[in-house]
Design a binder for this molecule. Structure first.
Ligand SMILES: Cc1cc2nc3c(=O)[nH]c(=O)nc-3n(C[C@H](O)[C@H](O)[C@H](O)COP(=O)(O)O)c2cc1C
Length: 203
């Protein structure tokens, strides 16, 4: 059973969450976790001005996803940073290239799930995940979130991402904060949860 983890990350926060999602997927017997980045759409000079080149270099070993790969997976877990409360443009462009898959119904019945990051605590993590779900529903995905069985989303003793809609991390005003252990645990839970539901559907 193949679980694709398809993401965009500019400064590495979503990349770190994606690794944790993969750990969770792999903890399910028979589940393979495949990490993929979506293609970059910004010119190098823009990435340089945004201070993203070092992080991009560090992630360069993760292969870039093709649209057709989506059809080969039993489940797809998407990761995106927030852009004004929505998914990033790189992910939007990738999804907008899936029309052929939609026409064939190639993704109907697969499990789909989303995780996110934002700089500020209330900067749009939930709206990013929920608005992402609209595209997944059009494609026929069965949407899975992060149930309250992951109790780390209820804690009040520290600032944390994570909601019933999916795992998330708060990167801080200038991106200085990397995902906390609690946020990474949410990501592992989501990976495990998606893989075990996909396994039941495959059985
Ligand atoms: C154009 C743009 C729009 C953004 N919009 C938001 C926003 O609405 N709310 C927020 O909290 N952070 C916002 N951010 C911050 C990003 O979400 C943040 O850099 C990202 O979550 C870090 O994850 P990454 O390192 O994986 O890219 C924005 C960043 C950019 C470049």
């Amino acid at each position: 059973m193949k679980v694709l983890i398809v993401y965009y990350s500019m400064y590495g926060h979503i990349n770190k969450m994606a690794q944790a999602v993969a750990e969770g997927v792999k903890s399910v017997s028979g589940a393979e976790a495949v990490l993929r980045r979506v293609p970059e759409t910004l010119p190098t000079e823009v990435l340089e001005n945004m201070g993203a080149l070092n992080a991009q270099q560090a992630m360069s070993g993760i292969p870039v996803c093709t649209v057709d790969e989506l059809a080969t997976a039993d489940a797809v877990i998407f990761g995106t940073p927030t852009r004004f409360g929505n998914m990033c443009g790189q992910m939007r462009q990738f999804l907008d290239a899936t029309g052929q898959l939609w026409a064939k119904g190639a993704l109907v019945g697969k499990v789909g799930s989303v995780f996110a990051s934002s700089n500020t605590q209330h900067g749009g993590q939930e709206s990013t995940i929920l608005s992402f779900h609209i595209t997944l529903l059009h494609q026929g995905f069965i949407i899975v979130g992060l149930p309250y069985a992951f109790q780390g989303q209820m804690r009040m003793d520290e600032i944390t991402g994570g909601s019933p809609y999916g795992a998330s991390t708060i990167a801080g005003g200038s991106g200085e904060r990397m995902p906390s252990e609690n946020e990474l645990e949410a990501a592992r839970f989501q990976g495990r949860h998606v893989a075990s539901i996909a396994a039941k559907l495959a059985g």
